[in-house]
Structure formats: C-alpha cells, structure tokens
Design a protein around this ligand. Structure first.
Ligand code: 3HC
Length: 293
C-alpha cells in the first residue's frame, strides 16, 4: 500500500524542512520534538518559509492554510504510533538514533517503514536496533530542504525490494529527484562533496589562494551557487568535521582526513554561519567578511 501518512522525528533545520515538504506534497504529517519550545521554533520557521512563498506568489494564502492544516507538532513519541513512514532527523549520533528507533519499533505496527536522514552513519547499524531491518531505508535530504531538488534513497543489504521502491516513489512525490544509493558511508553526495570541501581547506592552508579567491574560483569558474568555504560555513564546520571523521574511520583514506585548520576552527567554536563566524564573519549577515585563518 502506498505511503499516506508521515511522521517526522526532529524539527530542527532538516526535520522542519522535511515536514514542510511532506505537508506541501499533500501528506498529513506529524513532527515530533523533545520540548514544546523546539516544536514551536520549528513550526514558526515553516510558517515563515510558507509566508515567503505567499509573498512571492509561488503559493496562495489558501494553499498555505491547507499545508499548515496537514502539519501537526507534538512532543509525544506515542503520537507517531499510526504512520506509514517515519523519517528521523535528530542529532547525528548513533546511540541516540538507535535508542529512538528501538522505542518506535515497539509502538509502531509492523507495516510502518522507518527512514533515517543520517548523512554519514551506517543505515544497517541503525536498523539493527529494530526488528524490521527489511523495512528500513535511508532518506537523505539536503539543506535547505524545501529548495534542494535531491533526495538520496539508501538501501541496505537487508532492505526489502518492494519497500525500497515504495520509498523511492514517495521521494518523487515530494517533488525531488530520488537517486538510488547503496549503504556506503557518505552515500553518493557526501562521498564526493566532503573530499571537495576538505581539499578547499587544504588549498587555503597551503596558500594556493585567499578565502575569497578560492570561493570566487568555484563560483565563477565552475558555476557553483556557493564557493566551497562559504558552503562549509553554511553546512557547519563542526558537522563537516564530524562527517569527515566517520568517513576516515570507515575508509582509512587520507582524502577523508580533516585538515588541521578545520580541527582548530571547530575547537575555537568557529562553526560557520550558525555560530557567527567560520571562514567568514557574519556580524553583518548581508555582508560576510573573510576571516584571517
Ligand atoms: N528555506 C527555504 N527557501 C530558501 C532558503 C531556506 N532556508 N534559503 C533560500 N531559499 C530560497 C529563496 O527564497 C529563493 O527562492 P526563489 O528563487 O523562489 O525566490 C531561492 O531559495 C534562492 O535564494 P536566494 O536568492 O536568497 O539566495 P541564493 O540564490 O544564493 O540561493 C541557496 C541560496 C539555495 C542556499 C544556494 O546558495 C545554494 O543552492 N547553495 C548550495 C546549497 C547546498 O549545496 N546544499 C547542500 C549542502 S550539503 C547537505 O545538506 C548534506 C549534508 O549531509 C552535509
């Protein structure tokens, strides 16, 4: 039976974006966070995004109301009991994800499909916290979720063929291009993106070019929407550092090793845009100024 109702766990940047696109695609969606404050924050962000789409004339006020009507927030995991698909987008830590899915496994019917939005953890290892590894996939979205047109649909060696096809079809219903990836650390995008981002930091370390010149080179020379150092600030330096450690641990290849500069910036709390500084200073977010690294 096709997926009809969706539960999302986590209403941060990724979870709220996922909940928004599910509701916008017509799916009744419940999103769960650990506190009422975080639920409100996530739903307010969605409200702001939808209002911006109304202002731009992309959707009408009526459509916005319909999307909001399909979307509910909760703090209770029991409210996720009766869904066809649960998408997890919580903190990127294996024990937390395993604990969550073990709890969901106990309360959800055997038919519910579980999906993780992890960017670097092994889907198989998360799935073994449940008794339904055959109904477990990866659904990896990209930031900002409402804008980026891709979702990676990840299958493990245990994923059932019919379940996989159902989730791939669901990804397409969200208006995304659903690419198929194996449960290999980093899947397709991060396998390629992380090495590129780390190489940009190595180029800066070696004095090949300045922060602005490295960014302008890839923006203007290759047509990327953001240069690699701006993109690192956007994704989060702490996040990239964490992903690179997981990938290095898995593949033991130097290309995935975090450059010393990245480690030092994370230690200093320069985590990018969200912390006010990274490769750029965001004191004036409209006019980021290159830092001296
Ligand atoms: N939420 C919703 N919509 C947003 C948004 C957000 N957070 N940020 C921007 N938008 C919308 C704008 O409203 C605008 O819509 P419009 O074209 O209909 O008017 C459109 O996106 C373009 O925005 P702007 O004109 O303000 O700015 P840009 O043209 O610079 O685009 C960007 C912003 C879409 C973020 C673009 O710079 C971009 O594509 N950057 C690269 C992002 C990227 O690579 N993401 C993947 C990161 S990797 C990842 O997520 C995987 C993880 O595992 C690490």
């Amino acid at each position: 039976m096709a997926i009809q109702k969706v539960g999302v766990v986590g209403c941060g940047l990724m979870g709220s974006g996922i909940a928004q696109v599910c509701a916008a695609a017509g799916f009744p969606t419940v999103v769960r966070e650990v506190s009422g404050e975080l639920v409100d924050k996530g739903l307010k962000g969605i409200e702001k995004n939808l209002s911006r789409l109304v202002e731009k004339g992309t959707i009408t006020e009526v459509t916005k109301g319909e999307i909001r009507g399909r979307l509910k927030g909760t703090t209770s995991i029991e409210d996720l009991m009766n869904f066809d698909l649960i998408i997890e987008a919580i903190v990127e830590q294996l024990p937390a994800k395993r604990e969550l899915f073990a709890a969901l496994d106990k309360i959800c019917p055997p038919s519910t499909i579980f999906a993780s939005n992890t960017s670097s953890l092994t889907i198989t290892e998360i799935a073994t916290a449940t008794k339904r590894p055959q109904r477990f996939v990866g659904l990896h979205f990209f930031n900002p979720v409402p804008v980026m047109k891709l979702v990676e649909v990840v299958r493990t060696i245990a994923t059932d063929d019919a379940v996989y096809e159902e989730v791939a079809a669901f990804g397409a219903k969200l208006g995304k291009t659903a690419v198929r990836a194996k449960d290999s650390t980093g899947f397709i995008v991060n396998r390629l993106l992380v090495t590129y981002l780390l190489d940009a930091i190595r180029a800066l370390e070696e004095g090949v070019g300045s922060i602005e010149d490295i960014d302008n080179s890839m923006k203007l020379g290759c047509g990327h929407p953001m240069g690699p150092l701006t993109l690192l600030d956007f994704v989060g330096l702490d996040t990239t550092y964490y992903i690179s450690q997981i990938m290095f641990d898995e593949f033991k290849e130097k290309r995935f090793a975090a450059p010393p500069l990245l480690k030092r910036m994370v230690l200093a709390g320069w985590n990018g845009r969200k912390s006010g500084r990274g490769f750029y200073d965001y004191a004036d977010p409209q006019k980021p100024k290159a830092m001296k690294c």
